[in-house]
Design a protein around this ligand. Structure first.
Ligand code: SF4
Ligand code: SF4
Length: 344
C-alpha cells in the first residue's frame, strides 16, 4: 500500500506542497507544532488506511462534504489516499464484487481498518427499513464494527439519529453508538465539515490513536467550544446589539443573530473556527443564524425562534434578560467545556 507521500509524488505534487499539507493537517488536528516532524515521518512511512464507509439512513450529504475537503489535501490525493475499500457512493466496483472486497478487509485487516458510518440505524421491525445487498442495516453494522480499529459516526444522523430520528421517528432510527451499545467517535453536523472528518480519520491512520473525545464521543479538538464561544459577532451580543429581522439596520451592520433564532450559545461545533470551503465562511458569517445542526434533536427545535423567547416579540427588558441568560449559559458551557476536556 502506498504512503501519503507516495500518493503526493504519483500525482505530480512537489515536496513543498506535501509539507504544506502536513502543516495544515497538524493545525487542523490541533497537534502541537513540535509533533510536525513525527507527523511528516508518519505521512512518509505509514501505509494508507483501509476505510470501510457504510451508508444507512442518510442523504449522502456527509459524503458530499467529505469529498469537498480541499484545504488540507488536494482532491485527487484525498480520493487516492483514503482508499475507501467500500463506499456505496464512491467505489468503482458494484454488486457481489464490492461486497467481497468489504468482507476481505474485515477478515484480513482486523483492528487496522477504520469503519466510517454515515446515516442513522434502524433496528425496528428487524431492520427492514434499510437494507443493502439483501441484509438489514443492523446486521451489516455489527459485522463491520466487530473487527474495526476505530468506528467513526459521521454526521448528526449517525451520531444522534438526526433527520430520520426526528419526531415521529417512524423507522425507530437510533445512533450508531446507541445501537452498538458502546462509545464511538461522533463527528456530528448536518453535514460535518470535510476537513474535520479527514482530520479524525488521519489521526488514527497516521498517529495510531483515536482523538480525545468528550463525554458524548465528540473530538474535543473540534467540539470543545460552542459556536458562541468563538463567534466574531460576540462583541455585539455582549453589547446587546441584535438584528431583529433579516433585512433591518442591525442585520446590515452585522449585529448578533440571537433574536433570529441563533443556536450558537448551545451548539458545540468547529464552524466558527475551522469554517467551510477552506476556511472561507460559515452560516453566521453569511448572515444566517446557527441551526445547531451538530446537537442532538436539532430537527425537532424551532429553527427561527430565539432560545429564551417562545412566543411574542422582544422588548428592551426581554433583550436584557436574554443577554443575562446567555451570559449564564455561557458560564455553564464554559464549565462543561472544561470538564469535558478531561477526556473520554
Ligand atoms: S447528517 Fe445531514 S448531511 Fe449527513 S446524512 Fe444525515 S441528513 Fe445527510
Ligand atoms: S448568538 Fe449567534 S450570532 Fe450572536 S454571538 Fe452568539 S453565536 Fe454569534
Amino acid at each position: 500500500m502506498q504512503t501519503l507521500w507516495e500518493v503526493f509524488r504519483s500525482k505530480g505534487y512537489s515536496r513543498r506542497e506535501f509539507l504544506k499539507s502536513a502543516t495544515l493537517l497538524m493545525a487542523t488536528m490541533g497537534l502541537s507544532p513540535i509533533l510536525l516532524n513525527q507527523l511528516v515521518r508518519a505521512m512518509e512511512t505509514k501505509p494508507k488506511p483501509y476505510v470501510i464507509w457504510l451508508e444507512f439512513q442518510d442523504c449522502a450529504g456527509c459524503t458530499e462534504s467529505f469529498i469537498r475537503t480541499t484545504s488540507i489535501l488536494p482532491t485527487d490525493v484525498l480520493l487516492d489516499y483514503i482508499s475507501l475499500d467500500y463506499h456505496e457512493t464512491l467505489m468503482a466496483p458494484s454488486g457481489t464484487k464490492a461486497e467481497l472486497s468489504k468482507e476481505e478487509v474485515i477478515k484480513t485487516q482486523k483492528g487496522r481498518y477504520i469503519l466510517v458510518v454515515e446515516g442513522a440505524i434502524t433496528p425496528k421491525d428487524g431492520g427492514v427499513y434499510c437494507t443493502v445487498s439483501g441484509k438489514a442495516n443492523t446486521e451489516l453494522l455489527r459485522e463491520a464494527a466487530e473487527n474495526a480499529g476505530l468506528v467513526i459516526a459521521v454526521g448528526s444522523c449517525a451520531s444522534w439519529g438526526g433527520v430520520p430520528g426526528a419526531y415521529p421517528n417512524p423507522t425507530g432510527a437510533v445512533s450508531v453508538s446507541q445501537y452498538l451499545g458502546k462509545k464511538v467517535v461522533n463527528v456530528p453536523g448536518c453535514p460535518p465539515i470535510g476537513d474535520v472528518m479527514l482530520a479524525v480519520i488521519t489521526e488514527f491512520a497516521l498517529m495510531g490513536r483515536a482523538p480525545a473525545t468528550d463525554s458524548m464521543g465528540r473530538p474535543v479538538a473540534f467540539y470543545g467550544n460552542t459556536i458562541h464561544d468563538k463567534c466574531y459577532r460576540r462583541p455585539f451580543y455582549n453589547a446587546g446589539k441584535f438584528a431583529s429581522s433579516f433585512d433591518d439596520e442591525g442585520a446590515k451592520k452585522g449585529y448578533c443573530l440571537y433574536k433570529l433564532g441563533c443556536k450558537g450559545p448551545i451548539t458545540r461545533s468547529p464552524c466558527s473556527t475551522v469554517r467551510w470551503n477552506g476556511g472561507l465562511s460559515f452560516p453566521i458569517q453569511s448572515g444566517h443564524p446557527c441551526f445547531g445542526c451538530t446537537e442532538p434533536g436539532f430537527w425537532d427545535r424551532s429553527m427561527y425562534k430565539a432560545l429564551s423567547v417562545v412566543e411574542g416579540g422582544w422588548s428592551h427588558t426581554k433583550t436584557a434578560v436574554a443577554v443575562g441568560l446567555g451570559a449564564l449559559a455561557g458560564a455553564g458551557l464554559a464549565y462543561l467545556n472544561k470538564r469535558n476536556k478531561g477526556g473520554k
